[in-house]
Design a protein around this ligand. Structure first.
Ligand code: UDP
Ligand code: MG
Length: 321
């Protein structure tokens, strides 16, 4: 870190948010100015097609701490967050939505929690989801259940992408070469010491959700495939099952032949189809196993991360939890 780097980077992805931009800035600016530590507000414009870009440019005129990054095309919320992680300079980084569903005032609590409790991650956890629709609540619950299983680590329930992380976490995330990063899974997976701050999630201040159903499916799909080869393994099991079924079917065809009820040529055709079908399914399953292995090694996830080394940081007492 350089001396000119701010203490805090607030990263906000925005996609077609012209209705909320003025409200967001009106609430954010006094808060960040009054917070104390030096900051940058890094807005990642995710290829907006409405007036968002011009509103942002106008605001940056008399706000030196407002930093704008514009993606060439709409790349999705998680990709916009990735861009923010790569470009932010702060010692701490907070990610927050533009629509004021995450109250900016909570950032102060997050900073305090990070410093006082000496943790690297502070999750914003929704104390009350009544502002969300029933469908959203139910799908969210299913999602978190499944993800806890797949990631094999405690994933804070009802934590979205409103959270604070330290520079150590930012560097660790940026070092992951994988694509299609899902931050709410990757960050708990890294395993840094963490704390939670509860907050009431508000309604969207204006405009409509930018998470279309297809984007939600994309997120769910990325989440599953990033942490599990189970769908590919499924091919192996289906292959085995199909193999067994066709063996049974082949035996049946033979029995029919022996009992003399079959038309000439029928048994050999059925047997050939069964054998070829079974072999193909099994080979597909085998391919799936190799693809799964290749995929996992292409992610190049670190086998471990060092939290403390007494040689590098002799004065520091490691956290014991
Ligand atoms: N967003 C984005 N790119 C997209 C979709 C959403 O940058 O393709 C941003 C959006 O502007 C907002 C945040 O991601 O700041 C969360 O989106 P939204 O509030 O629409 O999602 P919801 O709260 O309905 O899940
Ligand atoms: Mg929202």
């Amino acid at each position: 870190m350089r001396d000119t780097d701010p203490e805090l980077s607030v990263v906000v992805p925005m996609y077609d948010e012209q209705e909320v931009v003025p409200m967001f800035f009106a609430r954010m600016r006094p808060l960040l100015d009054g917070l104390g530590p030096s900051y940058e507000l890094l807005v990642v414009d995710d290829g907006s097609r409405d007036a968002t870009a011009s509103l942002l440019l106008a605001a940056a005129d008399d706000w030196p701490q407002l930093r704008l990054v514009r993606l060439l095309r709409n790349s999705g919320h998680q990709a916009a967050l990735s861009a923010g992680f790569r470009r932010a300079r702060g010692r701490y980084l907070v990610t927050i939505d533009a629509d004021l569903q995450d109250p900016p005032e909570v950032i102060a609590d997050m900073l305090t929690a990070a410093r006082e409790r000496d943790v690297d991650v502070v999750y914003g956890v929704r104390s009350d989801r009544s502002a969300d629709t029933w469908v959203k609540r139910t799908t969210a619950r299913l999602y978190y259940r499944l993800m806890c299983r797949l990631v094999g680590r405690e994933i804070p329930f009802d934590a979205g992408d409103f959270r604070l992380v330290s520079r150590r976490v930012v560097d660790a995330v940026n070092a992951l070469p994988e694509d299609g990063r899902v931050f709410r899974l990757v960050i708990p997976w890294l395993g840094f010491p963490s704390a939670e701050v509860k907050y009431a999630r508000a309604e969207r201040a204006a405009g409509a959700t930018k998470y279309t159903v297809s984007k939600m499916f994309r997120l769910a799909f990325d989440s599953v495939t990033a942490f599990s080869a189970a769908p590919l393994r499924l091919a192996t099991w289906l292959g085995l099952l199909g193999g067994l079924l066709s063996v049974g079917f082949g035996i049946g065809a033979l029995v029919i032949k022996v009992s003399g009820q079959s038309i000439p040529g029928w048994t050999s055709t059925v047997l050939a189809v069964c054998v070829i079908g079974a072999l193909q399914l099994l080979c597909l399953g085998l391919l799936g196993e190799y693809v799964a292995r290749l995929f996992q090694s292409s992610q190049k996830r670190p086998k471990f991360l060092v939290g403390y080394d007494s040689l590098e940081d002799p004065g520091h007492q490691p956290l014991v939890r």
